[in-house]
Design a protein around this ligand. Sequence first.
Ligand code: SF4
Length: 538
Amino acid sequence: MKLKTKDEIAQLPSSDGCYQTMESVVLTEPRLSMIERRLTELLKIVQLESKGQPIEADGFRLRDPAHWSAPAPPAFSDMWHISSACNMRCPFCYEEGDPDSGSVLNEPAGMASLREIETRIKYRDQARGTGLFQPLTYINEIFCNPDAIEIMERLRGQAPDEVFTFVTNGTYLTEEVVERIAAMKPVFFNFSVNSLDPHIRTRVLRDLDPEVAIRSIELLRKYEVPYLGSLVCWPTIPWSDIESTVRKLDAAGCAIIRFSLSAYSKHLKGRRFDRQTFWDTGVALARRLASELDTPIKIEPYHYADPSNAANIVGTLVGSASHQAGLRPGDRILSVNDRFVPSVNHALSALSLAANSGQDVRLDVARADATVCTVTLGTGRACLFPASEMQDFPGFPYGLILVENLQYKHLKLVADAIRARGARRVLLLSSELMRPIVEKMIEETQPFGDTQVMIEVPSNRHFGGTVVLGDLLVVDDYVAFIREHQARLDASIDLVVIPSSPFSRSGWMRDLTGKPASDIERLTGIPVEFVECRPLNG
Ligand code: SF4
């Protein structure tokens, strides 16, 4: 765990003059691990010298970083890993539940220096979307890095029009910081609020100076900085406090509230709870608040609360066209410009097509009481905060918030793989949350003919506890499940199909522990196909 006191944070080394650890690049540039292994072997038989004296190598450097330039995420993603320390200690923190040394993201605390960022900027080609590989560590509190604001301003200079996104726990959001953030608009950040009660912040979240984060929501409103306010439901935070936090965020003009239902891994210390009861209580509270308040409340994992594939509206940005038209959470879009939209993904593409071409759009919408109304949403400029700040952001056409789902093309990809392999008995591995959606889509479209397709859900042994997100499965989970499943069957499996999302943290198809996805086929001896699929549940 990388919780640090103020004094410890001040002492943390920046990467200036230090080496970057190999673990931090295992997912983004695994070729370096291979080079390290080769050099280590070589050094067993070679003694290096300097000025006639033997020396021991403790690292290596890349001769020409330009040779390592590759497709890279947007410039601002350099921000996400500039500090791998945090000044709080939330009981639900993902680092608390990660097995010791079990994840390559679990790196010792450190800070990126301004010099490192300058080097990254030097080798970034905005037009081509290329740059140096990034370290991949847990995202911690960026403002623990004393250079954070300066780094942000340098990156803003690189990409003047991009929406600047980052994550913070709010403990550094003083007026001076909020003012400087506001000067860097367009900005949309994830504020991990969790509670706005000083006692809960101090006792449960271990925020030693809770008033800064508490006051910051008024400052963010004053400077009209839009943000997503995120809270994690956890048994040591009373539901009454969660409700109070949501209401305060709503009153303060938070753009979207993320309402996360938590689970615990077997490695986490502390209180156990019944996940389903806890989640159902959370969903009921979130739905009640969504029906009373204006701010959209997005439950995560979203597909637990809404296992349908329909175009159900999560909410509308306050001040947007859809908010002004009176659309409400739970309304279902039936058609866009008279075209029937059978799924949320169809609605999303029709809406973004219309928004991009600057058209007004006409929606037929069904309400819970079975009435159907027609609304026309104009492309005129929204006049109220926060929609006024977000109207040009991608992903919220007309201020509507909808959550994408699996696409029918994913089933087509599975069918193509089955056909290409000539497979007759196929094991399709899904997750607890996505399985009902996959089954429904298969029932609707019957894409596999008479091929026997078994849909199964591997359990997450790596994290254990009540963790059910498929994207947290690792290679060993898949291998163990496939072996056991095969042993139970009287006929062999021809093909295993797995979504690629658990391996999508970099372009190298590696799991959280750094193991390559190709190990699943190598270790089970059964052909494996990965279906290209982005993470969906938060
Ligand atoms: S603020 Fe975030 S990173 Fe820090 S302890 Fe809490 S959950 Fe973990």
